[in-house]
Each structure stands twice: as C-alpha cells, then as structure tokens.
Design a protein around this ligand. Structure first.
Ligand code: SAM
Ligand code: SF4
Length: 440
C-alpha cells in the first residue's frame, strides 16, 4: 500500500493533540505524513461533533474529496474522532467512500484497521475506554511555529452538561499519569518549545491516585512550571464549579504560569445554568471571578457563552449580557444553542427559542464582547509586557508577533529578535484584535 498518510483536523485543541498521537502511532507502523492530499494512500479526517455545523463541514469535505477515490482505487479514507463515535452506522452505510471509522479511544488499533481496509473490509472500532490516555505515546508535533504546543493531561468528561455531546463521544473522564505529562513537557522544552498548554475538558478535576501519591491539578501544574522558568505553562479548560483557590494561588506563585484563565460561563442566568446542569449559579461564578481578581492581579479572563438555550427569556439573556459586562471578559467564544441528539436537553427539553431570536441575541452578545475586547486592549496601552515571540506577523516580515502571559497577541518591529525569544514590549496602540508596540 501507498503508506503516505494525510491527516486533516477539525474542532478543538484536543483533536489537534489527538492527531499528533495518531501520526505517531502510524509512523511506528511505517507510515509517513504528507502535506499533499493527492500523494496520500490514506486520508484521515479527525472530526468534531460539538455542533451540527461542525458535522456538516465534514460531510461537505467528504463530498469534496470523493473524486480522489475515483482517481485512485487503492486510496483509503478514514473518519476518526468524535463524529466516528456518534455516527458509525451512518458513515459506513451511507458513505461508500469511507473505509475506516475509528473513535477517540481506539487509535492504537489504527494500523490493524488500515490492514483490514486493505483487505477489502470496512474497518470499525469505536469502543470507548475507561483507561486509555495514550500516556506512553510521544506525539509527532504538527504545529508550525515550534514555540508552543499542546499536552493532553486527561480525556473524556464526567460532567454531563445538558447541551453537550462530549461525554457521549469521548467517554468518561480519566487522568494521565503525571510522570508522562512531565516527560512530554520536558522533551518539548529540550526541542526548543517555550510554551505548553495542558489540555482537558475540565482540567480542575485532574486527579491521579497511586499507592503513595495523590496529584491534583494544582500539583501537576506546579510540577510542569518547575521544569524551567523559561517554559510558559497554559491550561484549558477550567470549570467554574471546580476551580479552586489552591489552583489560583499556584498560578500566582509562578511567573511562568500564564496569567490567563478560560472560564466558560455559558449563561448569566442561574435558572438557565441549572437547566444546563452546570452545577453553579451566577453568584458562584462571580465569586470565582472575584477570587481570580484578588489572588492573581492582572489576570485576563475569557469565556464561552451559549445563547438561546431551551426556555431562555429576554430577561435570562440580559443576565448573560450583564454578567459579561461585569466580568469584563478579555475574549469570548459565543455560540447559538444547537440541539445535539442524545443529550439530556434533546431528550427532556424543547428547543423553543426561535432561530431568529437566537441570532439576534448572539449578535447583541458579539457586539458587547467586541466593546469589552477593545476596552481590555486599550487598557494595556502604555504598559510593558513580557512577550514570547511566535514568528513573523501575518502582514509583514518586518514585524514579529508574540503573546503576553495574558494571551494577547502583540506585534512589534522585528529588529534582531527571533521566534522563541522573550522580550519586553511597550504597548503603544492597538487594533480590535492586536496590541502594537516596540521592544524596550
Ligand atoms: N469542557 C469545556 C467546558 O465545559 O467549557 C468545553 C467544552 S466544548 C468543546 C466548547 C464549548 O462549546 C462549550 O463551552 C460550549 O459553550 C459550546 N457548546 C457545547 N455544546 C454546545 C451546543 N449543543 N450548542 C452550542 N454550543 C455548545
Ligand atoms: Fe461538555 Fe460540560 Fe464536559 Fe464541557 S464540562 S465537555 S461543556 S459536558
């Protein structure tokens, strides 16, 4: 078989990290990665199921590559990840194009499944596992900048938010052996990387128990931060119900733990939060933000918001807006509620907010967040930040681009600096998305 594999990744950072594991597993079986889809003997699409439009994109993509299969008889196409888990029958039965369907916990089986497909069978494994963390697999880095990378510290989710498909497609939560996380982060630092982002659906519930040790997320974060002061550490995602003062204190104690927390609120209405099964109230969320402000001065805060969840009234929506304004989020991902088959909300509640109202509320939310994001950037003008350089700016090779600890993008004249350097930048002005300054 033509052992060139082309992999395309959709969805969250977790999928990016998973694709790196997949490439590592396949390279041990003699495959080499190609950037050119036309050269490939195996095309893998790592999919996302979080909202319907994510899945529609994948169906569209399958259509778009169907001609390749006609041109090359021996080409094998695999759908891997969340959509494989959710739609295994549909994918196999209706898509003659698809030879291989593999869920997120079965990637070790990929070489075997590819052989099955080679032998002319449809190859499927979507078994979820209670143990699989791919802890021993050293991912093949696919990021382009060589400065920042992701390290997955846990898989799955036990939270059962009423709207969310993740627990169904990625299974129960399990934490990765801490030594393997540390090894991976150390290896990255030695390779020249200067930033790692520790990934999990709810990093605050990271928990490793062995005979003589219990490691929670604050301990793990501290261990990673101690690898080297020159290695920046980020993490995502925190859950408001679990984020502890002990974690906030750890963040404040280490200069290299980035001062940015992504804390998805989803809604500002306690009634809606209860229906969403988020297990916190508006007041609890505000209390957590107050603790962040007290324990980590200068910390930036971002969030995820959903508009138009089942039964959401104008009043509930106003509460979401007022929470956003109160918190002064530096950044937000905002979504219209999208009913996902099989979730608690789909089974028990009516998706009763009309699409037009969802869109209106989303536009209002985006307009507010734009205002907040600009305010947040303007407040940085005149200040000096430590910036980790990630590469040239998109617009010009005379400028470099990097990030502050607060995760804001900064552009400045390149001079003799290079990516991977830390420099101090005085912020002189800003656009809606970027801070602009000069080194000092
Ligand atoms: N585990 C993280 C959390 O709890 O915040 C992130 C989960 S999910 C991959 C990312 C975001 O997608 C969620 O925070 C939520 O805002 C959004 N999301 C999930 N399900 C959704 C749905 N059915 N409709 C609209 N947005 C959804
Ligand atoms: Fe989904 Fe909630 Fe788990 Fe996040 S915490 S992945 S929103 S179920």
């Amino acid at each position: 078989m033509n052992k060139k594999v082309y992999i395309e990744t959709y969805g969250c950072q977790m999928n990016v990290a998973d694709s790196e594991v997949v490439v590592s597993i396949l390279s041990k079986a003699g495959f080499v990665q190609t950037e050119n889809i036309k050269d490939a003997g195996l095309i893998l699409i790592n999919t996302c199921s979080i909202r319907d439009n994510a899945e529609q994109r994948i169906w569209g993509r399958l259509n778009a590559i169907s001609h390749l299969k006609k041109q090359k008889n021996d080409l094998k196409i695999g759908i891997i990840g969340c959509m494989a888990e959710r739609l295994k029958e549909k994918l196999i039965e209706t898509q003659h194009l698809v030879d291989i369907v593999v869920g997120p916990d079965a990637y070790r089986e990929l070489p075997l499944l590819v052989s099955e497909a080679e032998a002319g069978h449809k190859a499927v494994n979507v078994l979820l596992s209670r143990e699989e963390t791919y802890a021993d697999i050293s991912p093949v880095r696919m990021d382009k900048n060589g400065v920042s990378s992701f390290v997955s510290i846990m898989r799955g989710c036990n939270n059962m938010c009423a709207y969310c498909v993740v627990p169904y497609v990625r299974g129960a939560e399990r934490s990765r052996y801490p030594e393997s996380v540390l090894e991976e982060a150390k290896e990255l630092f030695e390779m020249g990387y200067r930033e790692v982002t520790l990934l999990g659906q709810n990093v605050d519930s990271y928990n490793w128990v062995s005979n003589n040790e219990i490691v929670g997320f604050p301990e793990l974060l501290e261990k990673v931060a101690m690898i080297d002061p020159g290695l920046r550490v980020r993490f995502s995602t925190s859950h408001p119900k679990d984020i502890s003062d002990s974690l906030l204190t750890t963040i404040s104690r280490y200069n290299n733990i980035c001062k940015h927390i992504h804390l998805p609120a989803q809604s500002g209405s306690s009634r809606i939060l209860n229906l969403m099964n988020r297990e916190y109230t508006r007041e609890w969320y505000m209390d957590r933000v107050n603790s962040i402000r007290t324990l980590i001065p200068g910390c930036s805060l971002s969030t995820d918001m959903i508009t138009g969840f089942c039964t959401e009234t104008e009043e509930d929506h106003k509460e979401s807006l007022s929470l956003m304004e109160w918190a002064g989020f530096d950044f937000a991902y905002m979504f219209k509620y999208n009913e996902r088959p099989g979730t608690k909300a789909a089974r028990k509640y009516k998706d009763d907010v009309p699409e037009t109202i969802k869109s209106e509320r989303l536009s209002e939310m985006i307009a507010l967040q734009n205002k907040l994001s600009i305010k947040s950037k303007k407040s940085d003008i005149g200040m000096v930040f430590d910036v980790l350089i990630e590469g040239f700016s998109k617009r010009s090779v005379e400028y470099l681009s990097g990030r502050t600890s607060q995760n804001k993008v900064v552009v400045f004249p390149a001079d003799d600096f290079k990516k991977g350097d830390y420099i101090k930048v005085l912020i002189e002005r800003c656009t809606a998305a970027t801070l602009i300054g000069r080194s000092v």
